[in-house]
Design a protein around this ligand. Structure first.
Ligand code: PMP
Length: 386
């Protein structure tokens, strides 16, 4: 058996730094002890910087989708109208959860690979003045699109509706200023920009969001956010109503230490740089980007070349190079592949992925100008270092 290192270049789960991995090996602390609660208090304070909020960030023992459901159950009632920006699998997920929970869904259908125009949100609010919630996605992982969250937030802030953002793959990679942009709810997961294993959902609400959450009458128990907030604030040290994911919280303390050491501005810049290098590298190989006009800085989606299924590229990179990128989702399942460059990712990761991609595409019969992808990415890095 040959020794092939495993490397993740997927838009989540992402690689986990050694100190964060090691933190999982610590003995379990009982969650009601002052020792654990002191660690949790540190996490609760440090996570606010990532959300760019003064609000309490709640930690839920759930994957990202659980956080999305929690947001919906706390910011809307059954029968109420929810406006959903849908331009990919994860926008579509908002609609599916909302429908499953008996909300009326007014969907803004956006072409996959394009960002929503804030004017479309304005029109949807006009057509549905009774809407209580608008739902969007910061980084639409399935298409590699970054939506104009700040501009949408401005539109929604002028209405009675709250604005909820799925920042599951975007937070800690793409710029998001929750308080300054007046976003009412942000949900994130740990397995992306936060450089952690999957398993925690994080959610924060604005004052407008909390007012709505406090008025909800129906259908919540585990996802009762006002109850969770009470546990957080009842005593000097924060607490959770139910048993938390103790090991993940200890790991989160480590990842937040790394995030604080780098600083949010530097983190956003690093992700922009890696994304630009990935895009320029792909283009130099003659590949077409799915989202050239509004690309995400967390993930780059590329059309698979004529006659080659994206899944074949993914398989060869994984089996022969140990590099895990991902194929498409939903209707783009075989026609694209996606390279993640978020969280614990650096310039060498992008260069390595492009270099291996050149070999794999060549072997699959694609005429790629070998060396040009790496060269273009090097150019981006050289320019940035000036
Ligand atoms: N939203 C986005 C934008 C995502 O990228 C993902 C995960 N790929 C989810 C939601 C769902 O998160 P989870 O798989 O942790 O439930």
């Amino acid at each position: 058996m040959s020794l092939i290192k495993k490397r993740i270049m997927a838009p989540g789960p992402t690689e986990v730094p050694p100190t964060v991995l090691a933190a999982a090996g610590q003995p379990i602390l009982h969650h009601r002890t002052p020792q654990y609660r002191a660690i949790f208090a540190e996490v609760c304070e440090k996570i606010k910087v990532v959300f760019q909020t003064k609000q309490t960030v709640l930690t839920l023992a759930a994957g990202g989708t659980g956080g999305m459901e929690a947001l919906l159950t706390n910011l809307s009632e059954p029968g109420e109208t929810v406006i959903v920006v849908s331009g990919g699998v994860f926008g579509e997920r908002w609609a599916k959860i909302a429908e499953a929970l008996g909300r009326k869904v007014a969907k803004i259908d956006v072409e996959w690979g394009k960002a929503v125009d804030p004017a479309q949100v304005e029109a949807a609010l006009k057509a549905n003045p009774e809407a209580v919630l608008v739902l969007g996605t910061l980084s639409e992982t399935s298409t590699g699109v970054e939506h104009p969250i700040e501009a949408i937030a401005k539109v929604v802030a002028g209405s009675k509706a709250c604005f909820g953002v799925d920042a599951i793959s975007g937070l800690g990679a793409c710029k998001l200023l929750m308080d300054e942009w007046k976003i009412d709810a942000v949900v994130a997961g740990t397995q992306k920009g936060l450089m952690m294993p999957p398993g925690l959902a994080l959610i924060a609400l604005s004052d407008k969001g909390w007012a709505k959450a406090n008025s909800i009458k129906s259908g919540r128990f585990y996802w009762n956010l006002p109850t969770a907030l009470k546990s957080m604030t009842a005593e000097k040290l924060p607490d959770t109503t139910y048993t938390p994911n103790v090991s993940l919280v200890m790991q989160l303390r480590e990842s937040l230490n790394l995030i604080h050491a780098e600083g949010m501005e530097a983190i956003w810049q690093r992700h922009q740089l890696l994304a630009k290098a990935a895009r320029e590298g792909a283009k130099a190989l003659g590949l077409k980007l799915l989202a050239p006009d509004s690309p995400s800085c967390a993930v780059t989606a590329v059309w698979s070349p004529e006659g080659v299924e994206g899944t074949a590229v993914v398989k060869k990179l994984r089996d022969e190079w140990g590099i895990s990128i991902v194929g498409g989702q939903g209707k783009l399942k075989t026609s694209i592949f996606r390279i993640g460059h978020l969280g614990y990712a650096d310039r060498a990761d992008v260069l390595m992925t492009l270099a291996a991609l050149e070999v794999v595409l060549t072997q699959l019969g694609v005429k790629v100008p070998r060396g040009e992808g790496v060269k273009a990415a090097q150019g981006v890095f050289l320019e940035a270092a000036k």
